[in-house]
Design a protein around this ligand. Structure first.
Ligand code: AHR
Length: 496
């Protein structure tokens, strides 16, 4: 007997609001992410405003990016913010020791980043240096950016052309301080965090988490932070990093030239993020039952070997239909755990890791992940609805995973969006979508992201292979839909 596939959405059981910040991004001084990606300099022939690429900004505005994290990553812990202010030709040259050993001329600094955020209409999230800087550096950077008081640093800001303070809410207190941020242990880091955070006069402060599998770090941080009276004044979030690696760290595999085993592992490993997140969340729930400290997944996405012939320290990789599927799985997980997860930042926007945009001189490509984020932006600040899939699995010699991942939400206009990913690369899936709580369905429309091949991608100067198309392989049956979901696709329904 054929197994029945069913997706259920409970329309009348609204849960938490899916913070729009789950649709956030990350941009580090790494490879061609900032320089050549966002920033080409004022004298470039590539159209720009104050050095910031016009085409990249226009494209990213389509995604309604809610928040952008900068300047790292590992680079944040070597960044001296004073190097990146003042007349550009007087800024010091430094070496980016983390990424490629290249010379960083500091032409893109605080003012340029905040101007970029204004152009994108996005909220900035700045990570301060706590490993090779001082408490004074960190607290003065925040004062420089956000204070409306008269002081030496705010006078400096005005002298550098910015009269009014910027409104920057999110500040990271370090980055990966278990590793590139100073190889600290959880106990030591938590003390460092308390010290910095006490003097960092910022609205929303995000602590570094441990490695993804280091539950002890989370436990130590949560236990010790609670010893601080009014801990919520100094800690608002704890960060979480999880990358999808199709093979292993030594040989991560190609972004485009891969076999089905690697496809499977990418899906499997991304799905496993949910159990891992739940383990961290359980510890946070135990120590912070009132849900005051958020989990901030401020680095996630795919990480492959770099494209042939490119600098290994630049982390430049192509982006295929597989990446769109991984993004769908990740975002479904964040949507479905929106109670504790209040922000996520995919790594890293332009030309680095799982990027939205790739550039080559004056050319630009919108990746499959770009289109996935464009499709999913409907969930920003909508209320999560419980959803579930029962049915066929995707089984290979490497294991067995559900063939479908789903998340759903209802926005302020009453529109319901249901996002469904069929991760099976070869099997179309007939399924019922049961919108429990509705008697009938009036207006239903749908869109799809799919392509001929698992590794279809969008290339410079060629017709796009992966983009959003409209989808109509479904029939209404009262409050149910009978759908034929193509293999390796993401579908989004809009029900009004
Ligand atoms: O995103 C690339 C690097 O991955 C970041 O700099 C670091 O935080 C992480 O290890």
């Amino acid at each position: 007997q054929a197994q029945e596939n069913i997706i259920t959405v409970k329309v009348n059981e609204p849960q938490d609001t899916i913070s729009k910040h789950i649709y956030g991004h990350f941009a580090e001084h790494l490879g061609r992410g900032i320089y050549d990606g966002f920033y080409v300099g004022k004298d470039s022939k590539i159209p720009n405003t104050n050095g910031i690429r016009t085409d990249v900004v226009e494209a990213l505005r389509e995604l309604q990016i809610p928040v952008l994290r900068w300047p790292g990553g590992c680079f944040a812990e070597q960044y001296q913010w004073r190097d990146g202010i003042g007349p550009v030709d007087e800024r010091p040259l430094v070496v980016n020791t983390f990424w490629g050993g290249v010379t960083e001329d500091n032409s893109f600094g605080t003012h340029e980043f905040l101007e970029l955020c204004e152009m994108l209409d996005t909220e900035p999230y700045i990570a301060v240096n706590i490993a090779s800087g001082t408490v004074k550096d960190a607290s003065q950077w925040i004062e420089y950016v956000t204070s409306d008081k008269d002081s030496e640093v705010t006078r400096l800001r005005k002298q550098n052309g910015r009269e009014e303070p910027w409104d920057v809410k999110f500040w990271g207190i370090g980055n990966e301080n278990w590793g590139c941020g100073g190889s600290m242990d959880a106990n030591y880091y938590t003390n460092v965090f308390k010290r910095y955070s006490t003097y960092c006069n910022a609205e929303y402060k995000i602590a570094s988490g441990g490695e993804w599998d280091d539950l002890d770090w989370t436990r130590t941080f949560m236990t010790k932070i609670k010893e601080v009276p009014n801990f919520i004044d100094i800690a608002h979030g704890m960060s979480y990093h999880y990358y999808t690696i199709a093979n292993d760290w030594a040989v991560k595999g190609s972004a485009t030239n891969f076999v089905e085993e690697e496809w499977f592992r990418s899906m499997d490993q991304t799905m496993k993020m949910e159990d891992n997140l739940k383990d961290h969340i359980a510890i946070m729930d135990e120590h912070d039952p009132d849900n005051k400290i958020a989990l901030i997944a401020d680095e996630w996405g795919t990480w492959y070997d770099v494209e042939e012939g490119t600098n290994p320290g630049f982390l430049y990789q192509q982006n295929t239909l597989r990446d769109a599927l991984v993004a769908a799985l990740g975002l479904n997980i964040f949507n479905n755990n929106a109670r504790r997860i209040k922000m996520a930042n995919i790594a890293q926007t332009v030309n680095v890791l799982q990027a939205m945009i790739l550039t080559k001189k004056e050319q630009m490509v919108k990746t499959p992940t770009f289109y996935l984020f464009k499709m999913y932006k409907e969930h920003q600040d909508a209320v999560q609805l419980p959803s579930d899939f029962q049915g066929k699995t995707y089984k290979t010699e490497q294991g067995e995973i559900p063939s479908v991942s789903v998340s759903a939400s209802k926005n302020g206009k009453g529109e319901i969006h249901i996002s469904i990913a069929n991760v099976h690369p070869r099997a179309d899936l007939k399924t019922t979508l049961d919108l429990q709580g509705l008697d009938k369905l009036n207006n239903v429309s749908a869109s799809i992201i799919s392509a001929d091949k698992m590794n279809s991608f969008n290339d410079f100067g060629k017709e796009e292979q992966v983009k959003i198309a409209s989808f109509d392989a479904f029939k209404k049956k009262k409050a149910k839909l009978e759908i034929e979901i193509p293999a390796k696709s993401v579908i989004q329904f809009k029900v009004q």
